[in-house]
Design a protein around this ligand. Sequence first.
Ligand code: C2E
Ligand code: MG
Ligand code: MG
Length: 472
Amino acid sequence: MSAVEATEAAEVPPPRGSEEGVALPRLATIRARARRRRHEVVVVVVSVDNADEVVAARGWDTLAAVVATLVWRGTSLAGADLIGTTERGLTLAVSAAADEVEDATRRLAHLLDDLVDTPGGPLWASLRVAAHRCRAGERSAECASAARAALTAGRPIGTLRWSSPTIETTREGELVTDLALALLSDLEQVGLAYQPVVDLSTSQIVGAEALVRWTHPQIGPVPALTVVHLAESHGLIGRLGRAVLARSLATAAGSDLPPGFRLHVNVSPFELREPAYVEGVLGLLDEHGLPPSLLLLELTETALMADEGEIRPVLEELCQAGVGVGIDDFGTGYSSIARLMDLPAHTVKLDRSLSRDIATSPEAFDLLGSVLRMLRTTQRRVVAEGIESAVQVAHLRALGCLLGQGYALGRPGDWPLELIDQSTEGSSPDSSQPRKASRFAVGSPRKRRQSHSLRIDDANPSSKIGLNDSSA
Ligand code: C2E
Ligand code: MG
Ligand code: MG
């Protein structure tokens, strides 16, 4: 038994009730099997929120029938196993390859979300679904607890709530210190990956999105959402945001930028609340001799809606100064489209859930068509995110969607444009710092590329159609 297996298997009896309904040895077995197949496991907890109403109206037998239906639906997904039920819900484990396990979990949440046939007639079970991606060395009891905790405290993404991996654990304090050290000292752990934004009809690169990357010396790569969540919860988000912005602007300034190129940078609403945020952004642009129109700051739909009152004046100020604002993950919140369209944002990034099924489901194709038609009337620049196959590209083109981003068009990686001056490599993000004192080490602008154009068949040279078609 390896050290990892030994830690995972060392099941300390959980506090009573915390892993209610979860067969921990079963979860441990599923994880061991997954490890042999080089798969990862997500623990998914499903709770029937209106269980009391169901019992009051139709009795306990009906609630039991609802849970049984959910078990049947959940386990019909390939790779999903039942690891326990309670009177009011169930827990499942989803096993799949690392780059597929989160999508499989979303498919599971989608499968569950339907009317339930019961002896007394159809019934709507109002479900809360939460998920935790198990990490190597984490005990199964910890995985189950993290998934349960995410039911209330998780990051809602669509109908699914994700735990914040590594944060649910007692290591949060240590991790925050490690992140602070990585940001403040010369540890070269935090960097950026860039993902191209591509014109779907010409295949030219028209922009790039900067995505934060942190490789923890012991844990390894920490998911971007976890880094952001940690930074937001512990007063580090301002520093993180400034470092990302400064570094990506420095990289852009050292590149041969095609006309109309946009640098997309994600920002947290917490950053926008900092005093003199707009002046800071404009100052950095000025320092690098870049026009405000180069920059496009992305805020998620959920963040925008939650803090609209506070954020709107800052967004208006940015827009007036010529800086672009984008609504990220459009379609994941529950905000009314009219309200969203009223925001001062000139780009809308369609969440990948909107285009995921367009090649296989006529309903999904029609829905996306209507969303695009509506957005066209508002003159917004629209980018479809999470494009994973050539078929999706073809369907998006047919629907008149002009811009896209996704694994099929280019994975996050090196800066995708030609660099004018290789001496920018390893330079400090803060141009007032000497080059070698890099506080935010980024290994991105390494390679020279031949052109700005991303030939679609670059994405998968071995494929006849040239695009990564694995998801089709
Ligand atoms: P986002 O801004 O929506 O970025 C897109 C995410 O989807 C990235 O995940 C990217 O790697 C992933 N992605 C791109 N193409 C595909 C695809 O075809 N299929 C699939 N399944 N995924 C794809 P990543 O890098 O893990 O970032 C997650 C989120 O973390 C970002 O979502 C953004 O909200 C946030 N984030 C990342 N970097 C920063 C940052 O510097 N500051 C702030 N505030 N947030 C950041
Ligand atoms: Mg984004
Ligand atoms: Mg997005």
